[in-house]
Ligand binder design. Sequence first.
Ligand SMILES: *Cc1c(COP(=O)(O)O)cnc(C)c1O
Length: 402
Amino acid sequence: MLYYGRQSISEEDIQFVSSVLRGDLITTGPMAAQFETEFAKYVGAKHAVAVCNATAALHLAMLVAKIGAGDRIVTSPNTFLASANCAAYVGATPDFIDIDPLTYNLSPDALRETWQPDTKAVIAVHYAGGSADMRAIAEVARERGAIVIEDACHALGGSLEVDGQFHRIGGHRWADMATFSFHPVKNMTTGEGGMLVTDNDEWAQQARTLRTHGIVRQPSQFVGLGSPEFDEKGGWYYEMQSLGYNYRITDFQCALGLSQLRRLDSMLRRRREIVAMYNEAFSKCPFLKVPRLRNELEEPLSAWHLYTLQVDFEALGVTRVEWAAELRTAGIEAHVLYIPVHLQPWYRQSYGYGVGKCPHAERLYQRAVCLPLFAAMCDDEVQLVISSVLSLCRPKSKQPSV
Ligand SMILES: *Cc1c(COP(=O)(O)O)cnc(C)c1O
């Protein structure tokens, strides 16, 4: 079965992970530090903090930015649940701004038009790897005193074009923090894993502390236990100065991350090749709409995490369920990303959201199909997807009836 995403693990990856497993330190240690350093350099950020998954990174982003009850956080409805859930974790109100129907990313115009004064952060998602309009989003948000976070889980390795200059996602000045995921379907993997990146020294330090229970071990930062009789500070001594979590990642996962990071550019090249083949084949079909980037200049630099087709099922005279079932008989599992988050039962019940809140995202959901796209896909598999999809794009109504 061909799924929409799949990891690519090399012999070198396995060897590198094994070398850590044979050592003394297997949880967050020197490999994590090295992974953070190389990752920060790759995206062009000052600090990178490795954590157990991107949901934890998003939660830490909320905590270090002191977001809480009474604050509104806005994001795109066309995303994974975690982009919004992180706001609810800290007692803030997650809210949704409709997408631009061309790029499927949060619309800066909608953001400006529906702005509410209690909004403290905008979480922009680079859906499928194509960049959101970060400069426009940052302009709206910062003029109104809010910070900008990039949920860059789809966009590792991708770039943003502004005035003819290219900037790596996670390493430009139109966002204050960025989060990345290393789940196996993402552009590179650590099994489970995530990264928070920022140029802000204080936030990075706080995220590191909150990653491990808010524990402080540096003597210069100690405040004591409240009475001189407890002043003795031996090697065992530490202080918990804030309420943190266990969001650590293991060193063998970080070894996989380092090894994958060194192969990332070649894996991205393969993704782009596959997308070019899909676009070439599908753009001629009147029942299909191929994905578009915000900016054609970014074409060779997009991270291409997902390949999302819009299919005109109405004109074809089939339902998406029937269409996907046919595709499955050819060994291809069509996936649909994403169910608009504001329509999830918990969001409808908790915040009173419902159908009609984000019409463009809702319309996209009704027509979207994500096709297999991953670096380990061979040409034969790509051709199988192309021929199977095209063979399902003949209208049922036009077929001769008996
Ligand atoms: C995968 C993903 C996440 C969550 O990542 P985890 O590492 O699984 O926690 C968040 N946002 C987006 C857009 C994602 O695709």
